[in-house]
Write a protein of this length. Structure first.
Length: 232
């Protein structure tokens, strides 16, 4: 197996899911006592979140690029950036590296393309839902159009992520609200829903969704596993 770097902490709640899922995946594929050869850098999310809120994306990208370079120097041969939102600065991170950044949008896009989906709902932070970096990746590379909730719903989805899910709080009322949003997006033509924030799977785990769900964390982990085992 090759050595995979994971740049996480955004939030650590979902980074813990990455760590466990990568190791479980290696155990299931390889058997015995095999586990995933990983290098992890977990940032202090408070600083990154403050840069997001201030619109200081260049500085956020610089900080994450420095962390990614540290993983490369430590021996990582490829990198997972364990967050959807910070893929906004993925070009800056990749430009600082000599190793591949395994892009979460490509993992999601491949899953949707295999399922024949052309129109998908997107739930995530307000940055992921409102800005173009995610939409363009899926449109240009995979021919997938994205639908997002109305402005008020986006604000509440974003609030739940930062005020609850990133703090490890799972609330039934928030789960119901997300499912209601998905139901409306289904009625507007969505064929599937992207859980485009790495914490949303924690909220909707086991829920009876009105749309097929593509969990970005699960798909990103699967991409990482394929790379680790030389299958990609």
């Amino acid at each position: 197996m090759r050595t995979l770097g994971v740049l996480g902490g955004m939030s650590w709640e979902s980074t813990a899911v990455y760590y466990r899922a990568l190791n479980v995946g290696v155990r299931e594929r390889c058997g015995g006592l095999h586990s995933a050869p990983l290098l992890l850098h977990s940032v202090d999310f408070a600083g990154i979140a403050a840069l997001q809120a201030a619109g200081e994306w260049d500085e956020a990208g610089r900080q994450l690029a420095v962390a990614a370079q540290g993983l490369q120097r430590a021996g990582a041969e490829a990198l997972l950036l364990a967050t959807n939102t910070m893929h906004k600065v993925a070009p800056a991170i990749q430009a600082a590296l000599d190793i591949p950044l395994l892009h979460i949008g490509d993992a999601v896009g491949e899953a949707l393309r295999r399922s024949g989906v052309k129109q998908a709902a997107l739930l995530g932070t307000r940055f992921t839902m409102q800005e173009d970096f995610y939409r363009q990746r899926l449109s240009e590379r995979f021919g997938i159009d994205l639908q997002v909730p109305d402005a008020a719903s986006m604000a509440e989805i974003d609030r739940v992520i930062y005020a609850e899910l990133c703090r490890g709080e799972i609330r039934a009322g928030s789960r119901d609200f997300y499912l209601e949003c998905l139901e409306r997006l289904r009625d507007e033509g969505a064929e599937a829903a992207i859980l485009g924030c790495t914490e949303i799977g924690l909220l909707l785990d086991g829920a009876d969704s009105p749309l097929p769900l593509v969990d970005s964390t699960e798909r990103h982990v699967a991409m990482g596993l394929d790379w680790l085992l030389g299958e990609a």
